[in-house]
Design a protein around this ligand. Structure first.
Ligand SMILES: [Zn+2]
Length: 180
């Protein structure tokens, strides 16, 4: 199996050396695995996750989803918008956006459009990790808005993220960052 690096309780990340250099996150408790994003499919994970939550539908986050994965969640807005670079796995279901219990972790979802219409951020209350996809990166950088989103929506989403009580930002690309 490809090596995930531990970053918090039950939580690890895989920085892929793929063309798109994305990060896949995993919450792993009692033999069950939840993935946040799936990479671009160039990396062999060696296991089937119990749940995969996609932060958005861009191919470098969604192409790693395999047809036999049981539960794959994506924000409803991403289904109606087939923008550039969007790749929606056939087995993806609409994320109900209600809190999800996974083992002892409660994940809550925030709709943060701007990079794409259906981008989400995911907060794990137990660890204080915020999985921000391509909406917010370290060092004040935010996601491109010219491939399906808009600047106005991005501004509102970044303001929303500022109010989320997270401890560590875990973006879809690049470095992790403690909340300032
Ligand atoms: Zn993206």
């Amino acid at each position: 199996m490809t090596a995930f690096e531990k970053i918090a309780l039950h939580t690890s990340m895989l920085r892929t050396e793929e063309r798109t250099c994305g990060t896949i996150y995993m919450v792993d408790e009692n033999g069950k695995r939840l993935l946040i994003d799936s990479g671009d499919g160039q990396v062999a994970l060696g296991f089937t996750p119990d749940i995969c939550i996609l932060t958005h539908g861009h191919f470098d986050h969604s192409s790693g989803v395999k047809p036999d994965w049981k539960q794959v969640l994506l924000h409803p807005a991403e289904f109606r918008f087939a923008g550039p670079h969007i790749k929606i796995p056939k087995n993806a279901e609409k994320n109900p956006m209600t809190p999800l219990m996974f083992g002892s972790h409660e994940l809550s979802f925030f709709h943060t459009p701007g990079h794409t219409d259906g981008s989400v951020c995911i907060l794990d209350k137990k660890t204080g990790l915020l999985f921000s996809g391509d909406t917010k990166f370290a060092d004040g950088i935010y996601g491109r808005t010219d491939i399906g989103g808009s600047d106005e929506e991005m501004e509102a989403s970044l303001a929303l993220i500022g109010k989320i009580p997270y401890k560590l930002l875990c973006p879809g690309h690049g470095n992790l960052e403690e909340k300032k």
